[in-house]
Design a protein around this ligand. Structure first.
Ligand code: FES
Ligand SMILES: [Fe+2]
Length: 433
């Protein structure tokens, strides 16, 4: 896409144009700008608890290794041999003492240093191993174990990108653990679907679809437990969507508890495990904060562009093309919580989002593909995101919120998308070292 191509008109305050889901040039610009020049989520430190644990990830289309080195430092290294560019890490996940390039045998330490090269006698005196370490993204930073990276050395600090409200949301997630530490060791679900990645991020904080798309799930829960999930996402439900700034947003479930909802994970928990868990949270955080944390146990968080947290898991979105997306879902367990509490979290995650889950794949993924199909009919190429636009509430602290079935989250993320996508195009940002 050239600089001259203007995408700003595609995003209006109450509608968006189909090109943003269908156009290959726009997709390339997303990879260049959103996924290369700004912060994206890489994963969570809990995925790689042991020295030498690693995962392969992508920054845009660039392969990286997300790992913990032998000093315990979490790193992100470009998965490219500094000799002639071979990928030094082949497995999607694993544990290693280092990475040996399979082409000519250069060996790299976990901290990225070039350790040895075969037959070094054929290099001249100016051959400097210390200048040939594995490269790394320009910036890597984390908050409460959630790791982010960017290829852009001039990008603002992560704390500024996230903003204080998102930082507080991540604190609330991590503090659900009585030890303040999340475990991300329960495996991963991988999804792929034939639709644009933004159809799933729109859905990350969308209460409007729950009654129709998840009707069969709601009915099965009602039949088994008597709990009326459908009532949580009607136009009179008290839950709110909150604009957290910079394209980030949240579904705040606290009002559901205040209204007496009995459907969210810890609310269902009765008995010794729930009492022990609550007591452990009170001991660590005090009564008020513990109550605050428990009241948010069903909340959702979306961090622009590729991260969302959905109650008991977080997910990373990986765009492949304008019409293909891959997603990884990581269940989150709580270090120090009673085993029954963690087992409940995992069972709830599996029941809705797991490979045999009734909601995530059979419902939402099917809808994304139908959405992509329908968007191709372009006699009228506009999608409407005006629901609740006249009913938004501006609070004293500057935040804006809307009702759970309103389209505030869509307006929030699309405004951010437009602001970033209308930046002038540049050469790909360099990496450090
Ligand atoms: S490309 Fe890696 S050792 Fe040659
Ligand atoms: Fe859904």
């Amino acid at each position: 896409m050239s600089n001259a191509l203007d995408v700003s008109w595609l995003i209006q305050k109450d509608r968006i144009h189909s090109d943003v889901y269908l156009d290959a040039d726009i997709f390339e610009r997303e990879i260049d700008i959103l996924f290369s020049r700004h912060w994206i989520s890489i994963g969570h430190e809990g995925e790689i608890p042991g020295h030498g644990d690693y995962r392969q990830r992508l920054i845009g289309r660039q392969p990286v290794i997300f790992l913990r080195d032998d000093s315990g430092t979490v790193r992100v290294l470009m998965n490219r041999c500094t000799h002639r560019g071979n990928a030094v890490c082949q497995n999607e996940r694993g544990n290693s003492k280092g990475f040996t390039c399979s082409y000519h045998g250069w060996r790299f330490r976990l901290n990225g240093e070039l350790a040895t090269v075969p037959f070094p006698d054929r290099y001249g005196g100016d051959f400097d191993k210390s200048a040939l370490h594995l490269r790394q993204p320009a910036q890597v930073a984390s908050h409460r174990g959630f790791v982010f990276a960017t290829l852009n050395p001039d990008e603002v600090p992560l704390t500024e990108w996230l903003g204080p409200r998102v930082l507080a949301e991540l604190d609330d997630i991590a503090d659900l653990s009585p030890l303040g530490e999340l475990l991300v060791n329960a495996g991963v679900h991988r999804l792929k679907f034939r639709a644009n990645w933004k159809l799933m991020i729109e859905n990350a904080i969308d209460g409007y679809h729950a009654g129709s798309v998840h009707r069969s799930y709601n009915e099965s829960i009602a039949a088994r437990t008597g709990v009326n999930l459908a009532s949580l996402a009607t136009s009179s439900a008290p839950a709110r969507i909150v604009d957290l700034g910079n394209g980030h947003c949240a579904w705040d479930s606290r009002a559901l508890l205040a209204a007496g909802a009995k459907s969210l994970p810890t609310m269902q928990s009765k008995g010794d495990a729930a009492r022990a868990y609550e007591a452990a949270l009170i001991e660590r955080h005090g009564k008020d904060r513990a109550a605050h944390l428990l009241s948010k146990s069903g909340s959702h968080l979306y961090i622009f562009p590729n991260f969302s947290y959905v109650g008991s898991h977080f997910r990373l979105f990986q765009p492949v093309s304008a019409s293909e997306t891959r997603v990884q879902l990581f269940p989150i367990l709580l270090k120090g919580a009673p085993p029954d509490i963690n087992a409940r979290r995992l069972r709830m995650h599996e029941g809705f989002y797991g490979p045999a889950g009734i909601g995530g794949q059979s419902d939402d993924i099917e809808i994304f593909e139908r959405n992509q199909l329908g968007l191709a009919a372009r006699t009228d190429p506009w999608s409407i995101i005006s629901r609740g636009i006249h009913l938004e509430t501006r609070h004293d602290d500057g935040t804006v919120s809307g009702q759970i079935t309103d389209e505030l989250s869509n307006r929030t993320l699309w405004k951010r998308w437009r602001d970033l996508m209308t930046q002038p195009s540049e050469e790909s940002a360099p990496c450090a070292r």
